[in-house]
Design a protein around this ligand. Structure first.
Ligand code: FAD
Length: 341
């Protein structure tokens, strides 16, 4: 009786569907947006509900179509010159109004600078809870339809699953590279619904003057090729070999944690449980043993090439191609071969 009442969920039957925010800059979407549609589709199918996307920007209709090709059933599109660059105030105003009108039960954003900013601004206004930086998303089927949003907690020592029982929508930001996008299917059909742009320039308190790219920024999540090194490199100089190969392949340099802990390379290069989760087309694991804390961050790469002098190194269980031998001989050889192409 009174316990039963306590356990009873409020009636959320007005709230249906999953909404994914499609993040873009200059008309180019961040990959995380398609990855969110990929996981969003799985959740929507489990709940037997619609997958919706929201695209905001200037001249971004092509992204609304792309969202459909990547799994969205319905795309809300709001365009205008005032919306070209992301700013909290106009973007959150449009998103809040859509949440009010469309009443999605779940809203997903990339755990990027923009996604974190927008999701936070919205959650405080709705108001609802927001689980930040999730790495696993699942749903309980009806009747609870609860989003089970999981993320590393307590210094990454355990996974915490966070539920939002008393508010709707349920909101989460998700790490880039963790979820898989659906294969792009230009035959997929969906509905595009235009939202009138309610924003006038004079409504916006901030103005974007310029974008200054951070120098030497590593973008592991978006990289198609990653050449990663581990303790087998022996010293910071070892990374020069990897950089040379990465530059030839148009890729980025990754690292295992001991190299970061030893100060051989900065943390932004770290792959794994306490670093980045990546899924490039090609991942080189060089002088990396293949500890689970490393492989959770890279095992979903399309092609993995491992180079290790120990034939029993666990990394070979994950590798599509394995080369047993001394990395200091093998890597310069590969670089030379690539240069010849
Ligand atoms: P090692 O395990 O020492 O392996 C070095 C490899 O290099 C060996 O297999 C060796 O055979 C090979 N080798 C040596 N010399 C050569 C040579 N000349 N040519 C070819 N091969 C050679 N680790 C991460 O990477 N990312 C994380 O995010 C991460 N998070 C962690 C979080 C927690 C809570 C904990 C406890 C650990 C975490 N770790 C993480 C550490 C992880 O457990 C391993 O210790 C680490 O991944 C091992 O790094 P490694 O493979 O570079 O080194």
């Amino acid at each position: 009786s009174s316990q039963q009442k306590k356990d009873q969920m409020p009636d959320w039957s007005d709230y249906r569907g999953i909404l994914v925010f499609v993040e873009q800059r200059d008309g180019v979407a961040k990959n995380v947006s398609w990855q969110l549609l990929g996981i969003g589709k799985k959740l929507a199918d489990k709940l037997d509900t619609a997958l919706m996307a929201l695209v905001i920007g200037d001249n971004v209709e092509h992204l609304a179509n792309e969202a459909i090709y990547h799994g969205a059933d319905k795309v809300y599109l709001c365009e205008g010159p005032e919306l070209k660059d992301y700013r909290t105030q106009p973007y959150s105003r449009i998103t809040l109004k859509l949440i009010e009108d469309a009443k999605p039960e779940i809203c997903l954003f990339g755990a990027t600078g923009t996604g974190r900013d927008l999701a936070g601004a919205i959650a405080t206004h709705v108001p609802t809870g927001l689980t930040a930086d999730t790495t696993q998303l699942d749903v309980e089927p009806s009747p609870s339809r609860l989003l089970m949003a999981s993320r590393p907690a307590f210094g990454e020592k355990l996974m915490a699953t966070i539920l939002c029982k008393n508010h709707r929508p349920q909101m989460a930001t998700a790490r880039a590279g963790v979820f898989e996008a659906l294969p792009r299917d230009p035959e997929r059909k969906g509905e595009i619904i235009r939202i009138e742009n309610p924003i006038k320039n004079e409504d916006i308190a901030t103005k974007v003057l310029d974008f200054i790219e951070k120098k030497n920024e590593v973008n592991l999540e978006e990289a198609e090729v990653i050449v990663a090194g581990g303790r087998g490199l022996g010293a910071p100089e070892g990374f020069k070999l990897l950089k040379e190969l990465a530059d030839e392949l148009g890729g980025e340099v990754g690292a295992s944690r001991p190299c970061v802990d030893a100060g051989w390379i900065t943390h932004e290069h770290q792959v794994g449980q306490t670093g980045h989760t990546v899924r490039p087309k090609l991942y080189f694991a060089i002088g990396i043993s293949g500890a689970v804390q490393h492989t959770v961050g890279m095992a979903d790469s399309d092609v993995i090439v491992a180079i290790n002098k120990d034939p029993d190194a666990p990394i070979f269980q994950f590798a599509h191609y394995g080369i047993v031998g001394d990395l200091f001989k093998i890597v310069p050889n590969i670089t030379a071969q690539v240069k010849k192409r």
